[in-house]
Ligand binder design. Structure first.
Ligand code: NAP
Length: 323
């Protein structure tokens, strides 16, 4: 496993990180049981992963609880990343629940305190604003509260998710932003043009999420568009439908042939490609089964051993994707 430092911080993280969104269950269809999710976390630890990302949103706290239990005392040797600033409304059992950002300082503090309780820890190593404000709180007020929480030792470093170049610049003017979480994969490359270079110039490390395009880049769907249950957000994701899916499936088939030549799973090649983009500190993948984690972990071997020729061939395939 490669380890990289988040610029301007004392945090060293594995170049591959495990995310717990799907593990939380909510919005990801048929969930997995606690034992399977625990085994997935343990497989990640065994493979050298030291970056784990969670959020109050993931399963309304279930992901936090699962992660804390699965890590046990190993929590002390990993970098625990979480998020703040999303408030739930509606009723989850009636399927009318919805989430909206609330970055009011009082809510940020309460949200963090609840996370610390669920995670059974006294601090979050990297606390990220989950998405930009929808309720009018000035960014500077939110950042002021994060600085206060940092001074109290409840947060080691803080960052952002889903901000654009303008938002990251404004935040970096007001406070020390350790990282930005943003989507990046072989099928979603728009961030490479301006966002990643801007982050690099500002000294903000990029943590790339959704590197497997919610499973599409693993090749597991072949050429037939999958049928997800209504409870799975992928049932409404246009990337899994019609001609857009067919185009992606053809691309993934090419990638799969390249992976086969290298003797690695398609998922591992996709994941490693994202983790080595300039400016990316870590690629954060979701997996809730130990078998998937083990397959995805082969990416670490590629990061360490694949030579220029192998990467040139992969980049040539990558550049055939036009969206
Ligand atoms: N900050 C944000 O706003 C934000 C947004 C999105 C994600 N994230 C973070 O990034 C993490 C990763 O993103 P993501 O989970 O949305 O997308 P992802 O990593 O692109 O895809 C995850 C899904 O891919 C499938 N998968 C993984 N490995 C596989 C394998 N070897 N074979 C077959 N299928 C495999 C699994 O689907 P099944 O579970 O169906 O098997 C898994 O749930 C999240 O967990 C979260 O921590 C953050």
């Amino acid at each position: 496993m490669l380890y990289r430092r988040l610029m301007g911080t004392d945090l060293e993280v594995s170049a591959l990180g495990l995310g717990t969104w799907a593990m939380g269950g909510l919005w990801w269809g048929d969930g997995v049981d606690d034992a399977t999710a625990t085994a997935a976390v343990r497989a990640a630890l065994d493979g050298g992963i030291t970056l784990f990302d969670t959020a109050p949103l993931y399963g309304h706290g279930r992901a936090d609880e699962l992660l804390a239990k699965a890590l046990g005392p190993d929590r002390e040797r990993i970098v625990l990343a979480s998020k703040v600033g999303v408030r739930f409304g509606g009723d989850a059992t009636a399927g009318t629940d919805h989430a909206a950002s609330d970055l009011d300082p009082a809510f940020v503090r309460a949200d963090l305190e609840a996370s610390l309780q669920r995670l059974g820890t006294d601090r979050i190593d990297l606390l990220q604003v989950h998405w930009p404000c929808e309720s009018g709180t000035p960014l500077e007020d939110t950042l002021g509260e994060l600085v206060a929480l940092q001074e109290e030792g409840k947060v080691r470093h803080f960052g952002l998710c889903n901000y654009d170049v303008e938002g990251v610049r404004r935040a970096a003017d007001a406070a020390s932003i350790a990282a930005l979480q943003t989507p990046l994969s072989l099928l979603r490359r728009e961030g490479e043009r301006t966002l990643l270079p801007a982050c690099e110039a500002l000294g903000v490390g990029v943590i790339a999420y959704e590197p497997l395009c919610r499973g599409l880049l693993t090749g597991r769907f072949g050429s037939s568009a999958p049928n997800f249950p209504d409870s799975d957000l992928r049932s409404r994701d246009p990337r899994f439908q019609g001609p857009r899916f067919a185009r992606a499936a053809a691309f993934v088939a090419d990638l799969g042939r390249a992976a086969e030549r290298l003797g690695v799973p398609t998922a591992a090649l996709a994941l490693a490609w994202t983790a080595r983009r300039p400016g990316v500190v870590a690629a954060l993948f979701g997996a809730r089964r130990p078998t998937h984690v083990q397959e995805d972990l082969v990416a670490a071997r590629l990061l360490e051993r694949l030579g220029d020729r192998g990467w040139r061939a992969t980049d040539a395939i990558a550049d055939t994707w036009s969206g």
